[in-house]
Design a protein around this ligand. Structure first.
Ligand SMILES: Nc1ncnc2c1ncn2[C@@H]1O[C@H](COP(=O)(O)OP(=O)(O)OP(=O)(O)O)[C@@H](O)[C@H]1O
Length: 623
């Protein structure tokens, strides 16, 4: 599995990034403003500290001069008092910085996590509800990375603005103070620092490409490990352990080289940066010493320079980094947009309540749906990215019918039910529920109208009970378990319904996963039940018992993908798919009489030895 390269940064519009970020920051304007004030105090207060220290030296120098000039008494005392006042001021600022920093940090964490949560909520909400965007454009690992890294980048970008105001204030004060003392030294010190920032800026595409390669190499290793875990038995069966280890080692080597390059460049820049500060301090020491000797500068001014300089480089580096982060944020917005596909680009920053400090409101009651009388599908078409799919499929399903979709492997059965239910985009056709056109199948075909069991159902890593109920009324539990033929399994599983099923239900057998998924579907009490080949992991007798119990106890309408006789013999009508088209439709006896395709399927099934319930059921017979 390869990770597609990230979209290039230059395609992002910096103005759009500003607009989206602004919308995000004002989610809680009070909290944002509080952060701005607190962090301005944190960043600008060191200038006050340096001023205080410089003040101490200035007063001491003054006292010395007064003493040398022969004056004593009140004048000197007043200056010494002023020096103590500066020390007191220093101590006050120093101590209050602890409090300010604590408050600022708490406020920042609150803001950051709130914005993180908001963006994640917005992405998830769109993925769960949006039309036509249900198929993820990339791998699930990529989607997780959007939720983790890109959301962090976008919400963390607030830091640039929160810190920026304080940094700007500090830079203005520091440069102003230094220039008022000695413009030439200020220029000599600031110019190389500025050049360094520009140099790092020029290097930033290289830094980004090294970083990107490192992330891609890491993602390849992660993906490979994930795939290996998912295919342990296949690897063992094929005796491919050595090959897998060698491949992992090769991926690890590539990752190591990419990581080394990235870290080396970053550390090199950091080293040069730190040394630039040392060089700047050296310049001040050399030039300052000669100026002090010449009387053009006093110790207090000198202290001012030495005190303000180190942080000044930090702030300049910060602004260089801020530009890079702005671009990175733009790229993150673009990636999220790609994940959401058809969403407006403002979707990640929309304002919605988060309930971080309050109880969640109760889930909205399920809408009361009009009971199904007839489902009609006209000219349905849907295609997978490779081009395979279904075209021009039309059929109708009336209340209480048991309709089986059958066909050879790859004939389009699964594609038909998934497209019908809106689980993949349709590219043609219309669907009518009791004569009313269905506008958005994905949000329409949900309980209580319809429920679906996939060919390979997913369970959550929860107790079996939670998996079966999945939000349904607990009163439905026993009946759903019984109808789905899950009862005998409960006796086998040590903890019955309290059994933890493990990630994706790995602690259950294939058949148990399918029966649990069927029970989950039945618990929803839906009108239309759609089964995609659930019989593939059920023995013929259990399958026959499953259909029989549905007929006797439920008033449901069923659309069932199957090639098994247990289902075919019970069908009111059979839809025969071949090459992505509906090639025939009728009762089993009619189809067996006229359709060579149906006869081939029926005979193929007999060869598999699946003969439970083999006698064709009369059309319209009671259930
Ligand atoms: N995710 C996918 N991406 C690309 N092509 C796909 C995808 N899923 C199915 N196809 C292709 O679409 C066609 C129809 O597949 P589909 O799964 O609908 O057939 P099916 O009749 O349900 O097969 P089976 O009996 O094996 O479940 C096949 O050619 C298949 O290769």
């Amino acid at each position: 599995m390869t990770t597609p390269p990230s979209p290039p940064a230059q395609t992002t519009d910096p103005g759009r990034t500003f607009a989206l970020s602004r919308r995000l920051f004002v989610y809680q304007p009070g909290l944002f403003a509080f952060n701005l004030v607190m962090w301005s105090a944190v960043h600008a207060s060191p200038a006050l500290l340096t001023l205080a220290i410089s003040g101490v030296f200035r007063h001491l120098e003054e006292a010395d001069k007064l003493r040398l000039a022969g004056s004593a008494g009140q004048g000197v005392d007043a200056v010494i008092l002023a020096a103590w006042a500066s020390v007191g001021w220093f101590a006050f600022v120093r101590v209050s910085r602890f409090g300010i920093f604590y408050g600022a940090f708490r406020a920042w964490i609150e803001l950051w996590y709130t914005l993180d949560a908001l963006v994640r909520r917005n992405l998830m909400s769109y993925l769960l509800r949006a039309r036509g965007s249900r198929r993820l454009p990339d791998t699930p690992a990529e989607a997780v990375s959007r939720f983790r890294d890109d959301v962090d980048d976008v919400a963390g970008y607030t830091e640039v603005w929160v810190d920026g105001a304080g940094m700007l204030l500090y830079t203005a004060i520091a440069v102003g103070l230094m220039a008022s003392v000695d413009p030439l030294i200020t220029l000599l010190v600031c110019a190389p620092l500025l050049l360094m920032v520009l140099f790092v800026q020029r290097l930033s595409p290289v830094i980004r490409s090294y970083r990107r390669r490192m992330r891609e190499a890491t993602a390849r290793v992660t993906d490979f490990i994930g795939e290996t875990f998912g295919a342990v038995s296949a690897v063992k069966l094929a005796a491919r352990e050595d090959g897998m280890v060698a491949h992992l080692r090769a991926l690890g080597d590539v990752r190591q080289k990419a990581a080394l390059r990235d870290v080396l460049l970053t550390e090199l820049i950091r080293g040069v940066n730190t040394n630039m500060v040392n060089i700047a301090v050296g310049v001040v020491l050399l030039m300052g010493a000669s100026r002090i000797r010449g009387g053009a500068m006093d110790v207090a001014d000198f202290v001012l320079f030495i005190g303000l300089l180190p942080r000044l480089t930090g702030t300049m580096g910060f602004f260089g980094d801020a530009i890079a982060r702005h671009r990175r944020t733009g790229v993150s917005y673009e990636r999220m947009h790609r994940l959401l596909q058809d969403a407006p680009d403002t979707q990640p920053v929309e304002h919605h309540p988060l309930y971080l400090h309050a109880e969640l409101p109760p889930a909205p009651a399920r809408p009361v749906a009009e009971p199904l009388r007839e489902l009609r599908v006209e000219g349905l078409g849907a295609h997978h990215p490779g081009g395979a799919g279904i075209a021009d499929v039309s059929f109708a399903l009336r209340r209480g019918e048991f309709v089986v979709v059958t066909g050879r492997i790859g004939s389009g059965k699964t594609t038909l039910v998934r497209a019908l239910l809106g689980l993949m985009p349709q590219d043609a056709g219309r669907t009518f529920w009791n004569g009313e056109a269905v506008e958005d199948p994905a949000t329409f075909f949900v309980p209580p109208r319809s429920a679906y069991t996939a060919q390979l159902p997913n369970l959550f890593s929860d107790p079996l009970r939670e998996n079966v109920l999945s939000g349904a009324d607990a009163a439905e539990l026993d009946r759903a378990v019984r109808l789905a033929q899950l009862g005998p399994d409960l006796a086998q599983l040590g903890a019955g319904l309290d059994t933890e099923v493990g990630a994706r239900g790995v602690k259950l057998s294939g058949g148990q996963v399918q029966r649990a998924a069927v029970a989950r579907m039945l618990a929803q009490g839906a009108d239309l039940l759609v089964f995609d080949d659930v019989s593939s992991a059920l023995d013929a007798r259990t399958e026959a018992a499953l259909w029989d119990s549905l007929f006797t106890e439920l008033d449901a309408t069923c659309l069932v993908v199957s090639h098994r006789r247990a289902a075919l013999t019970r069908a009111d009508r059979i839809l025969v798919m071949a090459g992505g088209r509906l090639v025939d439709e009728g009762t089993l006896s009619d189809l067996l009489a006229r359709s060579p395709e149906m006869r081939a399927l029926w005979d193929g099934e007999a060869e598999d030895g699946n003969t439970a319930g083999a006698a064709p059921r009369e059309v319209g017979s009671g259930k």
